[in-house]
Write a protein that binds this ligand. Structure first.
Ligand code: IPE
Ligand code: IPE
Ligand code: MG
Length: 256
């Protein structure tokens, strides 16, 4: 017991030490995370793959609170891609059920911390109950002015761009926009990310070095950070390390 107490105090101290070395003035405003490696984590622990997703879900709480403490304004989490429907039905069903467990458990704390929940994804194909649970959390927190917790759920970058072009063409046909008015700032209003700034920092866990159809437009100038750590094992200390590395980067945007 005493040993465990000391261990957890040690952990808290290292979290504190790392947090204090983060320069609060240049914390990335928007951090996006590809939360990957849940199933490999489960295999490594001799557990069924859904146990990996469950532990991964619990880690969303940890990292959301860490983002809030660090002063991040927007945290976008890739929770389910448009390609993830290709997985076995029982796994997809389990993933679709997670919001019904996450939000009732978390909503009080999210409200208390002034977190605003958003959903960035395609509504079609989502089970009615899942969509309702997410939309309820969005509604309940819409007036909150703290951290924006943006779930990329049933999200695909290419689908998002195609939808935007489709809407734009409809507006052009209706005569509300003209081709010569189109510029980047107009186009981004059609994207699912709407008024959110582009991510400054993209983190991907589990050792995969790819985007997997994530925020293709918005990540154009993000700083990329990869770790071998599986998502269920990704802690606040890893998060701080990513931010510290980000703070050492020089963002040139093609100039300088
Ligand atoms: C990320 O972990 C969660 C989702 C994609 C829903 P994975 O389920 O992709 O786990 P790995 O990458 O196969 O280990
Ligand atoms: C990307 O992870 C999607 C999410 C984390 C939600 P995947 O595990 O689905 O990506 P691939 O298959 O390795 O590209
Ligand atoms: Mg994966």
């Amino acid at each position: 017991m005493l040993k465990r107490l000391f261990q957890s105090k040690g952990k808290a101290d290292s979290r504190e030490a790392a947090r204090s070395s983060v320069d609060k003035k240049s914390v990335p405003e928007h951090v996006a995370i590809i939360m990957d490696g849940n199933r490999r984590w489960a295999t490594e622990h001799g557990l069924p793959r859904v146990a990996g997703h469950h532990t991964g879900m619990n880690n969303v709480r940890e990292i959301t609170m860490a983002a809030d403490r660090l002063g991040v304004h927007v945290l976008t989490l890739y929770a389910f891609s448009t390609e993830n429907w290709k997985r076995p039905k029982d796994e997809v069903d389990y993933l679709m059920g997670l919001p019904q467990e996450f939000f009732p458990k978390m909503i009080g704390e999210l409200e208390e911390k002034n977190v605003q929940v958003r959903m960035m994804g395609h509504r079609e194909l989502l089970p009615e109950q899942t969509l309702q649970t997410v939309e309820e959390a969005v509604k309940r927190t819409e007036k909150n002015s703290g951290l924006v917790l943006n779930f990329a759920f049933n999200y695909g970058g290419r689908k998002e761009i195609l939808h935007s072009v489709q809407k734009l063409m409809e507006d052009a046909a209706a005569g509300t926009v003209r081709a010569d008015q189109l510029d980047e700032s107009m186009f981004r209003q059609y994207l699912l990310s709407g008024d959110l700034p582009d991510p400054d920092l993209l983190i991907r866990t589990s050792g995969e070095i790819r985007l997997s159809n994530f925020m293709l437009w918005q990540l154009a100038y993000a700083e990329l950070w990869f770790t071998e750590v599986f998502w269920p094992d990704f802690t606040e200390v890893h998060f701080q390390r990513a931010i510290l590395d980000y703070q050492k980067r020089v963002r040139r945007y093609g100039g300088l």
